[in-house]
Write a protein that binds this ligand. Sequence first.
Ligand SMILES: Cc1ncc(COP(=O)(O)O)c(C=O)c1O
Length: 417
Amino acid sequence: MTERANYPEGGATWESLKSQMDAMRTDDIDWKNGRAPLYVFHNDAATLDIGKRAYMEYFSENALGRKRAFLSVQKMEQDVLDFGLSLFNAPSNGHGVFTSGGSESILLAMKAARDVWRAAHPGAENRLNLVMPISAHPAFDKACSLMDIEIRRAPLNPDCRVDINAIAEEVDDNTMAIVGSAPCFPHGVFDDISALSDLAVSKGLWLHVDACVGGWLAPFFARNGRPTPDFDFRFHGVRSISADLHKFGFCPKPASTVFFRNADDHEKAVFVADQWPSGRFETSTLVGTRPAGSVASAWAVLNHLGSKGYSDVADRLGKMVDRYVAEIKKIDGLRMVAQPELTIINFTSDEVDMGLVADEMKARGWLPGMTRHPKGLHIMLSMFHAPALESYIADLQQAVESARSNTAGKAQSEAVY
Ligand SMILES: Cc1ncc(COP(=O)(O)O)c(C=O)c1O
């Protein structure tokens, strides 16, 4: 058992707190130099600075009170949601919600899907189910666990996209929604949203597209002419989309969005309670109090970058992804699991134990991101990784050689998220 920290007497100065923080973080991963494969996303110093400044401007305000007390926060939030509605080609009746992260966005979409299903099936008592690719994010498991919904997982095709027939086979009368990822976290490829949409339309199903990881950036990859699949409301079966600002939108955490094709669907995600002494309480989010700094900084970053800035970072990121892929392919024994469609790379080996490779990378100061099936390494590349490319590849080359010669070795590293 770890020793419990004593409750402080207080009086610590900022200087002392700062020096304690500096001392504590010496063992943290060196993310600024590209040694973390996930958790932190970066474009450039100017975007970071704008995000921080805007966040600090609204450090104390509370977005819960945006409609009554902080109208500026309401205006900025609506602007951000409007930007997303047009980016994702939502119809005029579309509606967005600003949330704290992908998990909350997904939870709200699932609640809306469940309640729309229930409203359409009065009196139905069977347990509902959600049908999704095996590669869909565990945020769906969390949402469904909270709402007592069964999860049915469909396998992937060899190209790592979900098998549409397998999705169709899992669907039954109690299916409240199906899911496609754009792209999926493990392998970095887009499910075939067009085919999922056709299935949704033909069976009258709710299709949720999880574009959490790259939704705010993928359209600019496409606009730059990189082959990037479409995934948005232009497909008629797409009923809701989750897209995180705090990942490849390069906005400060916590910030995500969820969009609904119809404002009526969104109504089902709204929570209302009206039976306590303080009057009606209504939120579109899971959380109550929430940081206005997130809203202000997302608004500032989006206005700062705009279509020019996102196209520019998409261009730089795309070129960097290509360089990583080319260098990894040159290493004897490694192969890509899939051709990356955005910024996530996942590679494996048929010759060496990737767990041992991960151990070797860890020993060289890299936090190894891993997948289980197939056993491989995984990185969400953002601009922190550009200057790290040469040292990463040199270490990876050595790590593969060491793993190859370590025939009796037992890997310590395993896929954890
Ligand atoms: C595809 C996808 N969906 C959902 C999430 C969950 O997002 P969050 O960690 O912001 O809750 C992630 C996080 O990486 C993701 O990659």
